[in-house]
Design a protein around this ligand. Structure first.
Ligand code: AMP
Ligand code: MG
Length: 279
């Protein structure tokens, strides 16, 4: 499970050679995601929760920007987990996550998540060991409950190398339009890389379950990251058994009752101003 283990090469690209060759495949998966989200919404019995976790600059924002474009904003939302507000900090750590879980028919993306409470919280010793160490079981129970309520859960850890992170920070320095993203804490957090690795290893090993699996995504190449994530989401959604709801009316009857008169009228050659049509 170790994110830094050689088994998990952050630069892995599988059999795929170049971004150019992979892009049509990414486009295809993104299109599938959009179509399946339409079905999920229409079906209205299930939901999808996508959890994105990573160290800084690994591409959580990029995944959202590139892959969720095909989904209808009606039925899709993204929630970013920051430092807890006073209201949030006054409650149990799952409270704010639970409030944002998807309703039936919806897709929700967590940009960071309840996992921060066993990651940054552990690394910075914001609560004692006796508190955070009990959270893995609580998380597993929470996710189990969501899955019993027809929520499919996919969790992605975007894995970049320490060198790649530094080079992405440098690219930000060179691009004034992204200067707002730079913070001193990005650099101070880098110093804690080994502690984050330990925390991620434990989190992933303790909470990867059948109903809420973790996927470790090699993310040094943005295009491979996008390919892997989009394929996993589209494949998973296509296995959810989504279907259009049963038609509640007799289509022939509705056509005859409400549409024939107008047709006949038109065919009768009456001159009327053309009514605007809506797509
Ligand atoms: P960003 O994702 O760059 O906007 O940063 C959000 C910041 O909020 C990150 O530094 C997170 O580590 C931090 N954060 C998120 N959840 C928590 C939490 N439960 N406790 C403390 N810090 C958190
Ligand atoms: Mg940040």
């Amino acid at each position: 499970m170790a994110p830094t283990n050689a088994l998990f090469d952050a630069s892995f690209t599988g059999g795929h050679e170049t971004h150019q060759k992979a892009q049509p495949e990414i486009d295809k998966h993104v299109e599938r995601m959009g179509k399946l989200q339409y079905l999920l919404y229409a079906d209205g019995n299930q939901s999808l929760l996508v959890v994105l976790q990573a160290l800084d600059a690994a591409g959580k924002d990029g995944v959202i920007r590139h892959l969720f474009t095909g989904m209808n904003p009606q039925g899709t939302s993204v929630f970013g987990f920051k430092q807890p507000s006073r209201e949030e900090a006054a409650r149990d750590f799952l409270w704010r996550a639970h409030m944002r879980t998807p309703g039936k028919g919806d897709v929700v993306v967590f940009n960071r998540s309840h996992y921060e409470d066993v990651l940054v919280v552990r690394v910075h010793k914001l609560v004692p060991h006796s508190v955070w160490s009990k959270r893995y079981d609580l998380i597993n129970d929470f996710e189990k409950m969501l899955s019993l309520n027809n929520t499919t859960i996919l969790k992605f850890f975007l894995h970049i190398s320490k060198e790649e992170q530094l080079s992405r920070f440098e690219q930000r320095l060179d691009d004034p339009s992204r200067h707002w993203k730079i913070s001193e804490s990005d650099y101070s957090e880098r110093e804690l890389w080994p502690q984050y690795v330990d925390a991620y290893e434990d989190a992933l090993a303790s909470t990867s379950t059948k109903h809420a699996p973790w996927y470790i995504i090699p993310a040094n190449h943005k295009w491979f990251r996008n390919l892997a994530v989009s394929q996993i989401i589209a494949d998973t959604m296509s296995e959810m058994g989504l279907k259009l709801p049963r038609t509640r009316v007799d289509i022939k009857d509705v056509r005859r009752k409400y549409h024939m008169a107008r047709r006949e009228e038109k065919a009768g050659g009456k001159h009327r101003a053309k009514e605007p049509t809506e797509g």
